[in-house]
Design a protein around this ligand. Structure first.
Ligand code: HEM
Length: 505
């Protein structure tokens, strides 16, 4: 280790401790802060609560400290909100005050310091990006333009699974094929492109880089440098790898997608609006001078990754729950066969006619929420919440998973029971019409992708259940549904092997 660096760091730590004590004494007088464990200088509560601030650990802390509590993670304030009333205050009533995003050292790199739309502060840039991204991504017209493509991709999955001799006997890792399908669903919208098979070299290059990017961004490994800025020099190696991965991804996007599309646009007339895909609309905005090239690239990069993955995780969770609940799967078979007619393949408009399928999807998003703490919010200025003072630039987490799994709000929430959405919770929708159920958030920074995600989930889960009986592998009575959480993600720990027995009609 670099001794000089270590010496300097220890000295800096000592001064930081003194400054922190002075500041916290002064601040304690000025602010009425939310309750929470007692912080120690420099480290705050970090050593006590650890790195893994997942939805379950934060739920335990909420039981101890209440519906709003504060953690000092080194130099950063983290406020956690765990009641529908406070969620409404953060996301709706004070949606402007709490409508910005925090980033950390690693997200700063991957988003070019918030050049995209997901991780930028609430303001002019966000408004512009949201407007530019809405036409190519987030309207019903987009759904109607691409739904045939999504239906085709789901049909290809069914065909490939049927052709695979292992599928009906020892089982396959279905997720691998679903990942290709989700890439194709999104790349069709963005670039009017698809990948033919899991062996496609470009698909594999993208998958590897995206996987590495996700691992680096979602890991808790870099927290120390993020929480305690003077320790940042020790993160140099980590951040260097992040920068390299980012550059390689940007270059790949530029070379294989953006430049190619620009060339195509210069040779073909792109005046026909219906032939335009997302990149054409975004490049138009660049040509008009509304955004720059970096904005274009960062927006595309983020759109492909976070959103594609959260939809894929939700499909994977839904399938896992259906494998582990054969009686629910049987009910779904029955609904699909009776309403659509045996063997009639589900299409996007059909998804509206299938209440039990809708309930299965809602229940999956409730119990296995892909983004259980929403994407972190932030207040740019000092604010008030629940009668407490919230210092400027606090990171605000809404524990949406706990809102949707708290026995005070739900009957037997630990059970996977879609019927609840047809019975006692029949009025609750995924769009945030009830603050105890916010799988896509609600308000200004809510997920605009809900309009795409719900039909894709319906078509994919519908087609798989229509065509197969989904079972655990031989010798197992259920598949493992242990969870893995990241900075703000929740997915299944093991991509399980699943037996898919073709159904005969
Ligand atoms: C099942 C799939 C999905 C789930 C569960 C999900 C959930 C979420 C959640 C919880 C947020 C944060 C809300 C907040 O912080 O208040 C979010 C933000 C966002 N989502 Fe999704 N999402 C999904 C799919 C998609 C798709 C397919 C797209 C686009 C193609 C998309 C685009 C976005 C964008 C752009 C934001 C940031 C909005 C902003 O900051 O203004 N999402 N999503």
């Amino acid at each position: 280790m670099d001794l000089l660096l270590l010496e300097k760091t220890l000295l800096a730590l000592f001064f930081a401790a003194v400054v922190a004590i002075v500041i916290s004494t002064l601040r304690g007088k000025r602010f009425k802060l939310p309750p929470g464990p007692l912080p120690i200088p420099v480290f705050g509560n970090w050593l006590e609560v650890g790195d893994d601030l997942n939805h379950r650990n934060l739920t335990e802390l909420a039981k101890k400290f209440g519906q709003i509590f504060l953690l000092r993670m080194g130099q950063r304030n983290l406020v956690v909100v765990s009641s529908p009333e406070l969620a409404k205050d953060v996301l709706h009533t004070q949606g402007v005050e709490f409508g910005s995003r925090t980033r950390n050292v690693v997200f700063d790199i991957f988003t070019g310091e918030g050049q995209d739309m997901v991780f930028t502060v609430y303001g002019e840039h966000w408004r512009k990006m949201r407007r530019i991204m809405t036409v190519p991504f987030f309207t019903n017209k987009v759904v109607q333009q691409y739904r045939f493509g999504w239906e085709y991709e789901a049909a290809q999955v069914v065909e490939d699974v049927r052709k695979n001799p292992d599928a009906a006997t020892k089982g396959i890792v279905l997720r691998k094929r679903l990942q290709l399908m989700m890439y194709n669903n999104m790349y069709r919208i963005m670039f009017d492109r698809r990948f033919e098979s899991e062996d496609d070299p470009l698909f594999n290059k993208l998958k590897a880089l995206n996987g590495e990017r996700s691992r680096l961004a979602q890991s808790f490994e870099y927290n120390y440098g993020d929480f305690i800025p003077i320790l940042r020099p020790f993160l140099r190696g980590y951040l260097k790898i992040c920068k390299e991965v980012k550059e390689r991804r940007l270059q790949l996007f530029k070379d294989y997608f953006v430049e190619e599309r620009k060339k195509l646009a210069s040779t073909k007339s792109m005046s026909n609006e219906s032939l335009k895909c997302a990149i054409d609309h975004i490049l138009d905005a660049q040509q008009k001078g509304e955004i720059n090239e970096d904005n274009v690239l960062y927006s595309l990069k983020i759109s492909t990754l976070l959103q594609l993955r959260s939809t894929l995780w939700s499909i994977e969770w839904g399938i896992a729950e259906l494998v582990n609940h054969p009686e629910i799967q049987k009910k779904l078979h029955h609904e699909l066969d009776t309403i659509l007619g045996p063997g009639n393949q589900i299409t996007e408009p059909d998804t509206q006619k299938l209440p039990y399928l809708q309930a299965v999807i809602k229940e999956t998003l409730r119990l296995r929420m892909a983004i259980p703490l929403l994407v972190p919010h932030m207040n740019l200025n000092d604010a008030k919440l629940g009668g407490y003072d919230i210092p400027a630039e606090s990171k605000i987490l809404v524990n949406a998973w706990w809102l949707a799994n708290n026995p005070a709000n739900w009957k037997n929430p630990e059970e996977f029971r879609p019927e609840r959405f047809l019975e006692e919770e029949s009025k609750v929708e995924a769009n945030g019409n009830d603050y105890k159920y916010l799988p896509f958030g609600v308000g200004r920074r809510s997920c605009p992708g809900i309009i795409l995600a719900l039909p894709i989930l319906g078509i994919t889960i519908g087609r798989l259940v229509q065509n197969f009986e989904l079972l655990p592998p031989p010798g197992q009575s259920r598949i493992d549904t242990s969870e893995k959480g990241g900075q703000f993600s929740l997915h299944i720990l093991k991509h399980s092997t699943i037996v898919a027995k073709p159904r005969s009609f």
